[in-house]
Design a protein around this ligand. Structure first.
Ligand SMILES: [Zn+2]
Length: 365
């Protein structure tokens, strides 16, 4: 049986363990102990991702396991978080994030598994993956040792909003980095002998498509820096940006266009050199409405009395990497809102729904 008080305590305990990206050891140790207490066989890959196997009590031999996943790290400011419960809503004191992303996902998996085991119902074999360094590049998942995973489908507990929200499509992301080298010169004595790297960068920025390009494609330059002093024509500039699309073809297209713009501007400024590097950070996925992995999750959502809602997103998650490796694991909501802000909240009743969903999913025949 799921217990609201115990779930609340589990979530608050997890939130109180600081785990900003790169400092996941303490929360990893806590989760490792708790999973072992549930009877799971817990191991870690070389990167430090946590992988736990539960054999499934009465499942037919040879049934592939289902994957349950969430990530252990949080964004900043995420140290010394003081969670406070206000009715059904958990929030921080306003000076930090709450860390509901993704502690609510971790709590959902822990409580859902505990309830499933306690129910005595036959369970499907389960593989749990709690990744590191999801924030800022899915680095844990990208370095995950997939030879340890045998699941074909599963759930990633890492979406915003209610658990009935199933994310059926997410974009691919390419990282765009450009280093521009111009010619330094004294700004007052001989500006005509200089080539401003910042001016070259500015030309690039005005020609590449930026913002919401179409309904499934976006791009952004988040960083532009360069120059040394007010009186020196800037010799170097650096552009750090991204392109995302749920359509791989469009992403390839816009990537080509970015290259063309850099090339054109390079010819406009023959005394400057531009070094462009565009590389894939993760790939897109999109599942059709009749995909079996989606049907399994939707059925569990209905089983707990909710109506499944299929949505697409503009953000990537570990699910993108799972798909790339042939595991159809779809993100669902974890009852958390305003991710990555100090206004972040978690709804205890929705987190409880998440645990019920998890329980229903692993005990479905
Ligand atoms: Zn997250």
């Amino acid at each position: 049986m799921l217990n609201r008080e115990r779930l609340t305590r589990t979530l608050i305990d997890l939130i109180r363990i600081d785990s900003p990206t790169g400092a996941e050891d303490a929360i990893d140790a806590h989760l490792t102990r708790q999973l072992a207490a549930l009877g799971a066989d817990v191991l870690h890959d070389d990167y430090g991702n946590l992988i736990a196997n539960l054999p499934g009590a009465s499942a037919a031999a040879g049934t592939p396991p289902v994957l349950l996943s969430a990530h252990m790290d949080t964004v900043e400011p995420g140290r010394g978080i003081k969670p406070a419960l206000d009715g059904d809503t958990l929030r921080s004191d306003g000076t930090t994030i709450l860390g509901g992303d993704c502690k609510a996902g971790l709590a959902i998996v822990m409580e859902g598994l505990a309830a499933a085991i306690a129910s005595g119902l036959p369970m499907r074999p389960v593989q749990v993956v709690f990744s590191r360094a999801e924030e800022g590049g899915l680095n844990g998942a990208r370095n995950l040792d997939f030879s340890l995973l045998h699941a074909a489908a599963g759930i990633v507990f890492d979406g915003e909003g209610p658990v009935s929200r199933i994310c059926v499509g997410a974009p691919a992301q390419n990282v765009v980095q450009g280093s521009i080298t111009g010619v330094a010169a004294h700004a007052g004595l001989e500006p005509e002998n200089g080539t401003s790297a910042l001016l070259v960068a500015a030309h690039v920025l005005t020609r590449i498509p930026l913002g919401r390009i179409d309904h499934e494609t976006t791009s952004n330059v988040g960083v532009l820096n360069g120059g040394l002093k007010r009186n020196i024509v800037p010799e170097s500039a650096f552009i750090d940006g991204e392109i995302r699309s749920r359509s791989q073809a469009k992403l390839d297209n816009y990537t080509g266009e970015f290259y063309r713009v850099f090339d054109q501007i390079g010819r406009l400024f023959p005394t400057a050199s531009i070094d462009v590097n565009i590389r894939s950070q993760y790939r897109a996925y999109q599942v059709p409405d009749d995909h079996p992995a989606l049907a399994g999750i939707a059925q569990a959502v209905r089983q707990i009395g909710l109506h499944p809602v299929f949505e697409t997103t503009g953000g990537g998650s570990d699910a993108n990497v799972f798909f790339e490796h042939g595991i159809a694991a779809l993100p669902v909501g974890i009852g958390v809102r305003d991710f990555h802000t100090t206004r972040e909240t978690a709804s205890i009743s929705e987190v409880l729904d998440g645990a019920r969903l998890c329980q229903a999913y692993v005990t479905a025949s």
